[in-house]
Ligand binder design. Structure first.
Ligand code: FAD
Length: 317
């Protein structure tokens, strides 16, 4: 089933959804571990599961193996990422054919980052020049079969000079046939919500669902690398809270869960998004604790593990 249809269904029911992203592993043992972890996490009932496409197209077989396992064996809806970087059209077509054969019906169509060792992005020989071109290609070769998601950047894509430039090309991706948007991770919820309003106001309006990407803070080093060094804006209370516990791994994870719970609640209560998407970094615990804390999945009671209960959760207006 297409993700966009699942999102609309959940909106009609007034029940916020959540989804998980995993990156494909490099080794056979990594594949076993990841499949076990995804299976456990699928007991939480994510709306869909994303599998990334290794930059440089280095491990397409691993991406497809995880997609096949989640879609066919676990019966959970998948979204396969597909990029243009170092990925000639014939490889793209092969991947789409194989994804379809696994029962996958959703693609996140991306340009990809510059090939390693190159400063700026250039298409590969016999490849496609942008995410827009990839969306067009999928529609031209597979019609309406796939639901197609595209990426968006609440704090601008690093190559975009202005918000206007970013939104212009985002709109092109939607006009080419994309039917939902997944965002880059962020930590400043009010700023994100302002961006969503800007997207909705842009031109004749971008009306497809916008799925906010959240990264649970699992280590101080990971937060510094993926968030601070990437120049993303972070509210002062988060910076101060992390600074106070940065030497204590457990306390960092606990604080990360508190941050995640607060963000999920604020996003869901805003009424501007229908659910949340977790960049799990292939880890389980923090994502699960955030979902429990925000009342989106039942708590597993430690004293009576056979009993579960939901945290009170305010419905959208
Ligand atoms: P595009 O939409 O093509 O845009 C890239 C830049 O070019 C933007 O600044 C845009 O404004 C500009 N632009 C677009 N078209 C034109 C044009 N015609 N003329 C001038 N400027 C133009 N990378 C991976 O390698 N594998 C993954 O699995 C992966 N998953 C991701 C998932 C999400 C949710 C996100 C947000 C990113 C992901 N990425 C992944 C990273 C992504 O590939 C990079 O951020 C990449 O630099 C941009 O991809 P895009 O699809 O947004 O590109």
């Amino acid at each position: 089933m297409k993700i966009v249809d699942r999102i609309h269904q959940r909106q009609e029911e007034g029940r916020p959804f959540f989804s998980f992203e995993y990156f494909s592993p490099k080794t056979a043992q990594g594949m076993i571990n990841l499949n076990d972890r995804i299976e456990r996490m699928c007991h939480l009932s994510p709306e869909f599961v994303d599998i990334t496409w290794g930059a440089g197209g280095s491990r397409p077989a691993a991406t497809l193996e995880v997609v096949s396992n989640v879609q066919k064996v676990l019966g959970v809806e998948t979204c396969m990422h597909l990029i243009c970087t170092d990925n000639p059209i014939k490889n793209i077509d092969k991947a789409l054919k194989e994804a379809r054969a696994c029962g996958n019906q959703n693609i996140l169509a991306l340009r990809g980052d510059a090939p390693s060792g190159q400063k700026s992005w250039t298409p590969c020989k016999d490849g496609l020049p942008s995410a827009t071109a990839l969306v067009r290609h999928i529609r031209a070769t597979h019609g309406d079969y796939f639901g197609i998601g595209v990426a968006a950047y609440p704090e601008l894509h690093p190559e975009s000079p202005t918000l206007e430039h970013d939104l212009y090309y985002l709109k092109q991706k939607i006009d080419a046939g994309a039917d939902f948007i997944v965002t880059q991770l962020f930590f400043d919820v009010p700023k994100f919500l302002d961006w969503v309003r800007e997207v909705r106001r842009y031109g004749v309006g971008i009306e497809v669902p916008i799925v906010p990407g959240l990264m649970p803070i699992q280590t101080y080093a990971g937060f510094k690398k993926n968030v601070v060094d990437a120049g993303l804006s972070v509210p002062q209370w988060i910076l101060d809270g992390l600074e106070a516990v940065k030497e204590d791994e457990v306390a960092v994870r606990q604080f990360g869960v508190e941050v995640g719970v607060k963000m999920v609640r604020e996003l869901v209560e805003s009424g501007l998004v229908a659910g949340v998407h977790f960049y799990t970094f292939n880890l389980e615990k923090s994502t699960r604790l955030i979902l429990e804390g925000a009342g989106l999945v039942p708590f597993i009671r430690k004293d009576k593990p056979w009993r579960t209960h939901f945290l009170p959760h305010r419905r959208r207006q």
